[in-house]
Design a binder for this molecule. Structure first.
Ligand code: C5P
Length: 238
């Protein structure tokens, strides 16, 4: 497949057309943004690591029967994926208290939640991706109740599969965000990426953060953390 016209640039990726109208090429950049792009920077090798980590995770999830946009990895920074219309919702799963939920609820980070927490956010940069509920999503026309039910079910399945995978890499999956899209046949499939940009991952023994929080919070050793996650996952799936 050949890379054709540039279609879209996001914060961490670019999307290009191919000669096939149903397929696009995703290019993973080293750019990093946080806090609705108020903080910007680059992380050495991040694009390459996220491409490799995402590839490994998509293949793992496909093996578990999860429908995804992933087709194949072309090179160190590019994937061939199905073209989808992104559903403008961020599906967030929280297994432990952290991040914006810790802030919003006045809780300390790090406690295991007795229940799996599902949050949805409306993807709208101008609004700073606000936390919404199912009724708001329907009001906004982002999804129907039936589509939301399907997305929650698949998201739960993905969480169970990912917890198991990351545990094999001695990592705790604190929380993560995924996005779904609709393919040309109208199927809802997992899209975007799953990487340390979109997951909180803590070392199981030391609780060291091995994810984008190292960039967000200026903790140092950011690139090293992405390399570490990739190397551990490679071992975990052997
Ligand atoms: O910031 P917050 O605590 O809500 O993030 C929850 C999870 O979703 C984290 O793993 C974070 O990396 C991810 N996230 C994301 N993209 C966003 C917001 C959150 O990948 N725009």
């Amino acid at each position: 497949h050949t890379k054709k016209d540039f279609i879209y640039e996001g914060k961490a990726k670019q999307v290009y057309a191919t000669e096939d109208p149903n397929l696009v090429i995703v290019y993973y950049k080293d750019d990093a943004t946080a806090f609705n792009a108020q903080k910007r920077g680059t992380v050495a090798d991040k694009g390459e690591m996220n491409n490799k980590i995402s590839t490994l995770i998509f293949n793992y999830l496909i093996g578990k029967g999860i429908p995804t946009h992933y087709i194949e990895t072309i090179n160190e920074r590019e994937q061939l994926v199905k073209k989808v219309d992104i559903i403008p919702l961020e599906m967030v799963v929280r297994n432990y208290v952290a991040g914006s939920m810790a802030q919003r609820l006045g809780l300390e980070e790090g406690a295991k939640s007795p229940v799996t927490i599902f949050d949805i956010c409306y993807k709208k940069d101008e609004l700073g991706d606000p936390l919404i509920n199912d009724h708001h999503a329907v009001l906004l026309g982002a999804a129907t109740y039936e589509e939301l039910k399907e997305m929650y079910e698949v998201t739960d399945k993905i969480n169970e599969a990912l917890k198991e995978l990351f545990l094999k890499a001695n990592l705790i999956l604190i929380d993560f965000k995924i996005e779904f899209g609709k393919d040309s046949e109208g199927n809802i499939i997992l899209a975007d990426e799953i990487s340390p940009d979109t997951c909180r991952l803590w070392d199981k023994d030391t609780l060291k953060k091995l994810d984008k929080d190292r960039f967000r919070r200026d903790l140092g050793e950011v690139s090293e953390a992405y390399h570490e996650v990739y190397n551990r996952l490679l071992e975990a799936v052997k």
